[in-house]
Design a protein around this ligand. Structure first.
Ligand code: DGY
Length: 327
């Protein structure tokens, strides 16, 4: 008998076919997110699950799913997991690091350029039939080339963003929990500074920290007040790292020239005030969403699940101290 698993959201057909070779698969190709209660009901009797950031896996859920052995997120972020609860319950948890770095960094650059050069705003004007012809002072933007790019969080994605800045002749400053080795700093032409200095000196600041209790509202009113007047703020990491109400105030006060945002607190119910700013580019959490990358993420999650339920160590195990598979 093949072990039973749940795929909580729509995935690509080849991923379902691959999973079907190993498991009895219950899928949700209709893609309506499960409520916590529905998720617990669907997971009853399942040995594993392919999950996404809309599925909260915590002690309450795990207590209702005693047969569960592995939860494999289709995402590099895993703040939807209570990792300690998974470990205590003997449930392996995995994510999908690496495969989305380039696509996400590309998209961060799309936000940087669209915000600095007012792409969305000017297109809205044109589409509304309000463009009356070329004008010298029309949609004057901020130059990206030769500007100072600040990166908060210099992990894999932050480094990919920095690498792309080389082509724009930018000065790159960064702050990170751990400083990069000297050779890596040299290769990226990146200078390590304190967080305060990063905020004070960046013309464009991009956030690349994961969301965890210690990064909740890492960027709030005090941090925005430290930013250079006229700076551009870019955020494509995870909602909750930024206090969106404080961001709204920083935009309202005119301190920021603009913002490019892909993630929000309480997604998809974003702070409605953000919709009122013409100088803010808003996208619906799609930074990793190229066809090839989303396929790779889903397939990597599936491979993690196959390995976990075969009794192997999955390639992207987040809780290696997990005591043992549940009987
Ligand atoms: C991730 O991988 O964490 C992304 O936010 C999901 O697209």
């Amino acid at each position: 008998m093949k072990p039973a698993i749940l795929v909580t959201r729509e995935v690509f057909d080849d991923v379902l076919a691959y999973l079907g070779e190993h498991f009895a698969v219950e899928s949700n190709q209709g893609d309506t997110p499960f409520t916590p209660d529905q998720l617990a009901q669907r997971l009853a009797g399942k040995a594993g699950a392919l999950t996404t950031l809309s599925d909260r896996v915590d002690a309450a859920l795990l207590a209702r799913c005693p047969e569960l052995k592995a939860v494999c997120n289709i995402a590099v972020g895993f703040n939807n997991f209570d990792l300690a609860a998974c470990t205590a319950a003997g449930v392996m948890a995995t994510n999908t690091p690496g495969v989305l770095d380039d696509s996400t960094a590309d998209f961060v650059w799309a936000l940087i350029l669209a915000t600095a050069r007012r792409v969305s705003e000017s297109e809205r004007t044109l589409r509304a039939g309000q463009w009356t012809g070329w004008k010298l002072k029309q949609f004057l933007g901020t130059d990206v080339h030769h500007a100072t790019l600040g990166i908060l969080g210099m992990g894999r994605i932050g480094q990919k963003v920095a690498r792309r800045a080389l082509g724009f002749d930018m000065r790159v400053l960064y702050h990170n929990r751990n400083r990069l080795p000297h050779e890596q700093e040299q290769a990226l032409n990146a200078t390590y500074v304190s967080q305060d200095e990063l905020f004070a000196r960046s013309d464009i600041l991009s956030i690349h920290t994961p969301y965890a209790p210690d990064t909740h509202h890492l960027i709030g009113a005090a941090e925005f007040a430290r930013m250079k007047p006229g700076a551009i703020f870019i955020h494509a990491s995870r909602g909750g790292v930024v206090d969106d109400a404080a961001l709204v105030e920083a935009l309202r006060s005119g301190r920021l020239a603009g913002a490019g945002l892909d993630v929000y607190e309480g997604e998809p119910n974003l702070n409605r005030d953000l919709l009122g700013f013409e100088n803010v580019v808003l996208t619906p959490h799609i930074a990793s969403s190229s066809e090839a990358t989303r396929r790779s993420m889903a397939m990597l999650a599936a491979r993690n699940l196959v390995a976990a339920l075969a009794g192997e160590t999955p390639p992207n195990l987040l809780n290696p101290t997990v005591r043992a598979l549940r009987p």
